[in-house]
Design a protein around this ligand. Structure first.
Ligand code: ADP
Ligand code: ASP
Ligand code: MG
Length: 450
């Protein structure tokens, strides 16, 4: 069997014609690149998110669809054979317009997901043709044939057995003579409706496909040259990490490093597929290799930041020496499908954090959940917090870690600390306004600046 690399290109990598052409050359430079997974062109999913909301006025719908069309036609205009492709894009835009007006009349999660899928549907068709323009056998493939999911619109769960079976019967043989270009982020449920896997989900799609194919490598091409010691947008002192273990990288992704969708490394770890992260703009700069065994295991590898956290504190004197109180609290949360991230307890109170990126947790916590919890205890809900995680190795067993970290945080109000559950991280909550400062100060202290 010839080696297979699954290559994923994110939104900025397929943002315009020049960017797509650079990606096509990356594919051309390595014949192992047999399956390409693309995101929507940069900006398109954000437009679609707006379109998928309830009651979008008709004039705004038209404006958004025009903007999306402009992004896509600005790419196709550079291609020699564009008529057929333009025709396909125009049909998709018409379909999108129909969904948008149906959604405005009668909003539903099902129609929202249908709307959100159009970015990837368009970028994948265009990129297949860009590959052909550099004389590669680029071929469009609709991932919904293989990526079967449940009905949880917006956060659909992939059926791994079906994916594996479909990939071997429908997809694998096509890789012999084609470079397949398919969509990240989207799937299909048993009823035949389109679903999506959650924002940033293309990384995860690519990893799932790599696992199902038993691929030799997964390459995530993005806008920075690998995983950095912290988000390079926060401090220019951040630098690219050459090599990192699956465990550390998975913690970074879980704790908010946007570079990888949180679930990306799970399939790669299951199948032990090394993952490369690099910049499609500057591939010659190299990037980060994520794999099982790494040469060095520094105590401090990186700092991740997750914004928009909600802290819920429940307090009840009845909790003192009582059993079953926490079970009741968690039963309420489970009933409302709320997932707790961090938790700390004291004698009569429990503090919990919730990820709140879309405002959905906030909405739920403000209404019924809080009322139900208040039947059991006193409840305080605080928004506007950020979670900072210091990721590394043996953090739970190394002397002086606490001193290094908390010395760096002078002037920062630390709200909640979690340590000990993982060998790979120590994390804490801070006010949103102090988040960047906390990361900068920590970075200066923990990583010697060149
Ligand atoms: P793509 O569209 O290619 O999926 P994303 O915007 O989702 O790209 O992710 C890349 C971005 O992740 C970078 O531009 C960077 O700002 C951000 N990021 C956050 N944490 C890190 C980190 N530790 N290392 C590198 N990039 C990071
Ligand atoms: N296009 C989707 C998003 O913007 C998925 C992705 O890019 O990973 O969230
Ligand atoms: Mg991303």
């Amino acid at each position: 069997m010839t080696p297979i690399t699954v290559a994923k290109f994110g939104g900025t990598s397929v943002a315009d014609y020049q960017a797509m052409l650079r990606c096509a050359h990356i594919i051309k430079n390595n014949p192992d690149n047999k399956l390409v997974v693309v995101s929507a062109s940069a900006g398109v999913t954000n437009f679609l998110v707006r379109l998928s909301q309830p009651n979008v006025p008709i004039a705004e719908q038209d404006e958004i669809i025009k903007n999306i069309g402009n992004i896509q036609y600005n790419i196709t205009q550079h291609l020699d054979e564009q008529d057929d492709l333009n025709q396909q894009i125009s049909v998709l835009l018409e379909e999108l317009a129909a969904y948008a007006s149906a959604n405005a009349l009668n909003h539903s999660a099902r129609i929202s997901d249908a709307i959100l899928s159009f970015g990837e549907q368009m970028s994948s068709r265009i990129f297949a043709q860009v590959l052909q323009s550099v004389r590669l056998p680029g071929q469009y493939f609709d991932v919904r044939q293989v990526m079967k999911t449940n009905d949880l619109y917006g956060k659909a769960v992939v059926n791994l057995e079906k994916l594996k079976a479909n990939v071997s019967t429908i997809l694998a043989s096509k890789l012999e003579s084609n470079v397949l270009v398919t969509q990240g982020f989207i799937g299909q449920n048993d009823a035949g409706y389109t679903t999506t896997l959650g924002r940033g989900g293309s990384d995860y799609s690519a990893a799932l496909l790599a696992e199902a194919l038993e691929a030799d490598n997964l390459a995530i091409w993005t806008d920075v040259e690998g995983i950095f010691t912290t988000d390079p947008r926060i401090t220019d002192q951040a630098r690219s990490i050459k090599e990192i273990s699956f465990g550390e990288a998975a913690e970074m992704a879980t704790f908010g490093a946007k570079i990888l969708h949180p679930a990306t490394l799970i399939p790669a770890m299951r199948q032990n597929i090394p993952v490369f992260v690099g910049s499609s703009k500057e591939p010659e700069k190299g990037g980060t290799r994520i794999q099982q065994a790494v040469a060095s295991k520094p105590t401090y590898r990186s700092i991740a930041l997750r914004r928009e956290q909600t802290l819920v504190t429940v307090k009840s004197p009845a909790m003192l020496h009582a059993s079953g109180f926490l079970a009741k609290v968690f039963a309420v949360l489970a009933k409302h499908e709320l997932s707790v991230d961090l938790i700390t307890t004291s004698e009569i109170s429990v503090a919990m954090t919730f990820d709140n990126p879309t405002g959905s947790t906030q909405a739920l916590l403000n209404s019924t959940v809080v009322e139900e919890l208040e039947q059991l205890c006193e409840v305080t809900v605080e928004h506007g917090l950020s979670l900072v995680a210091v990721v590394g190795n043996n953090i739970h067993q190394t002397n002086g870690v606490g001193t290094d970290i908390f010395e760096a945080l002078s002037g920062v109000n630390v709200r909640m600390i979690c340590q000990g559950a993982s060998e790979h991280n120590l994390c804490f909550l801070v006010d949103e306004q102090q988040a960047n400062l906390a990361v900068e100060q920590l970075h200066n202290n923990l990583f010697s600046v060149a």
